[in-house]
Design a protein around this ligand. Structure first.
Ligand code: DGT
Ligand code: CA
Ligand code: CA
Length: 575
């Protein structure tokens, strides 16, 4: 099975860590780290690009050497250079590096001072108070390390939906190529659009004589077979992702798909409802006594219990069954409803593309507008813009807009919300922008009251339009800030400003439930790609899924509006 971006990114980031430990040239370290970041965020599949004969050196920061290594990893699944590096270093280092938040410098210092061989050793050292004695560590750091270790050791590995997607698509392609296979789909949390998945659940219909089961479990990418029977199997792929496969008869397809899509609590509620109607539900069908009343399609399954079809993203038993019974299900927003994107970065800050290339890509998607929102100066690591550079960019946008037909670039900025709640650029400048996105990129650990006051103050700025990634979480590595979100949502409504559903797969922020709370309060949400290259507009797929899980309809999403409607709404935020 082909390797994917996530695996390549993981190799490069490991190389960067090991090089840093060896005190290699910092530029070399940074080259690998940047490449890892780029690839992690890339919305196109590297394997596909190579297959199509595209030159990887066209990607920013990817030269001859990295391009060769990418091809090597994609083709062989290995990277000789990484293997060499790993041989030079004690294995304990590689293990310690897996803890998120423990950087290479710390890992090296800890290993040298304590000679720990494993994560358990390190945890024991922390508990024994041996870390606080080390120069540059102290008691607070020791406590933090222990927390990181505990979280890491007890974690249940879940995989981002964006990382699972290409694997799922490969598996479907494989299954569909087996003789006798009719349908092959992914069910489970993946189909419900959850941000991470514990495993993949595949449902297949096939003729009885189809070799689908054998072909699946003996596929080269399967590392281990946990269970195998004539109609079900559980395997672990070499990528560590677990996969459940169910093969069912065509007459049971709808029932099986419904059952394995879940969620469990949705299924239980449906089963209870069926019982009230004298029906029995299982993965083979809906039955009255021995008589099958439904099973072939999901629509028929729902109809049998007196309900209209319920979209998978809603199936969390959070009121969807009651809404369905009342005929009050939302008409969920679709990616095709979007008429533009209000958050993206160009090469002026930490993006990769020129304004004209971003505009062309956005227009090719059928959009009417795109807001250019580069970072502001406080974010030095992202080469944030100072007033002079932003003014120049605004002039450049005016020039471009003069040339564009049927498409408009909006002038914006993702301005840092500073620790005291002020915005990182002068008021006069902010007032001249079409859109001002406020974002927290620092001081994530302020106490709740201060953090909330900080964000509320920023929202009160007369030029403020939209709060980007309000929670500030990075899935799997940074928890959301301690923020009184209901208060922020109320304030957004009172102040007439907007909140974001950031579509980057590691953010997805606001998440579903909070996006729904905002919708119920009457706040409009922008589903934004936060693209750092023209390919990242594809992130919107994940943002739209999250929005749908939050029951958002077209009318609840700011960037489904036409440009004139959007302009009116933006103007109303101004004080
Ligand atoms: P995950 O894998 O943790 O991301 O979440 P799911 O929802 O994919 O859960 P999974 O893979 O354990 O099971 C897939 C679906 O199978 C689940 O959404 C509902 C169904 N299912 C599993 N166990 C039960 C059960 O005990 N009762 C019922 N009614 N349904 C179940
Ligand atoms: Ca699953
Ligand atoms: Ca499963």
């Amino acid at each position: 099975m082909p390797k994917h971006n996530a695996e390549v990114a993981a190799v490069f980031s490991k190389i960067a860590d090991l090089l840093e430990i060896e005190n290699a040239n910092p530029f070399r370290v940074r080259a690998y780290r940047n490449a890892a970041r780029l690839i992690q965020g890339l919305s196109r599949d590297l394997g596909e690009m190579v297959e199509r004969g595209e030159d990887l050196r066209d990607l920013p920061g990817i030269g001859e050497d990295l391009s060769k290594k990418i091809v090597e990893i994609l083709e062989t699944g290995h990277c000789r250079f990484l293997e060499q590096l790993e041989k030079q270093e004690p294995p304990a280092l590689t293990e310690l590096l897996q803890v998120p938040g423990l950087g290479p410098k710390r890992v090296k210092a800890l290993w040298q001072a304590l000679q720990v061989e494993s994560l358990e050793d390190l945890a024991a050292a922390a508990r024994a108070g041996r870390i606080r004695m080390l120069p540059g560590f102290g008691e607070k750091t020791e406590l933090r390390i222990l927390e990181l270790l505990t979280a890491h050791l007890s974690r249940i590995p879940r995989v981002s939906i964006a990382q699972a997607a290409p694997v799922a698509e490969d598996l479907l392609r494989l299954l569909r190529s087996v003789p006798g296979v009719q349908e092959a789909v992914v069910a489970g949390s993946f189909r419900r659009g959850q941000e991470t998945v514990g495993d993949l659940d595949l449902v297949v219909t096939a003729r009885l004589d189809s070799p689908v089961m054998e072909r699946f479990v003996h596929h080269e990418d399967v590392a281990e077979i946990f269970a195998q029977g004539p109609t079900r199997a559980t395997v672990v792929l070499r990528s560590h992702l677990q996969v459940d496969l169910r093969v069912v008869a065509a007459e049971s397809f709808g029932a099986a798909l419904h059952y394995f899509t879940g969620s469990k609590s949705h299924n239980i509620a449906i089963r209870r409802r069926a019982q009230g109607l004298g029906l029995k539900v299982n993965e083979y069908g809906i039955f009255r006594g021995k008589e099958r009343v439904a099973g072939e399609t999901e629509t028929a399954v729902y109809a049998a219990v007196g309900l209209p079809y319920i979209e998978p993203e809603l199936r969390e038993n959070r009121g969807e069954i009651e809404a369905a019974a009342l005929g009050k299900l939302p008409h969920l927003v679709q990616e095709g409803d979007l008429r533009g994107d209000l958050h993206c970065h160009s090469a002026a800050s930490d993006g990769h593309d020129r304004l004209e290339d971003l505009a062309a890509a956005a227009q090719a998607r059928g959009w009417e507008y795109l807001a250019i929102t580069d970072h502001s100066r406080a974010l030095r690591v992202a080469n944030g813009l100072d007033p002079l550079r932003l003014r120049r960019q605004m002039d450049e946008i005016d020039l471009l807009n003069g040339k564009l037909r049927g498409f408009t670039l909006l002038k914006g900025c993702e301005v840092d919300i500073l620790e005291d709640g002020s915005l990182d650029l002068p008021d006069a400048l902010l007032r001249d922008l079409d859109i001002v996105i406020g974002a927290v990129h620092s001081h994530f650990d302020l106490p709740r009251a201060r953090q909330t006051a900080r964000v509320l103050k920023a929202m009160d700025h007369p030029a403020f339009t939209l709060l980007a990634h309000p929670g500030g979480r990075l899935i799997g590595s940074r928890p959301a800030m301690d923020l009184d979100l209901p208060r922020i949502i109320r304030h957004a409504r009172e102040r007439g400003v907007f909140l974001e559903v950031n579509a980057q797969p590691q953010r997805l922020d606001l998440p579903d439930i909070q996006a729904q709370a905002a919708k119920e309060e009457g706040v409009l949400l922008a589903v934004n790609s936060d693209a750092h290259s023209r390919f990242d507009f594809d992130h919107l797929r994940w943002g739209v899924l999250q929005a749908r899980r939050g029951w958002l309809e077209k009318k609840d999403v700011l960037n489904t509006r036409s440009l004139p409607e959007l302009r009116t709404l933006l103007a109303q935020t101004r004080r």
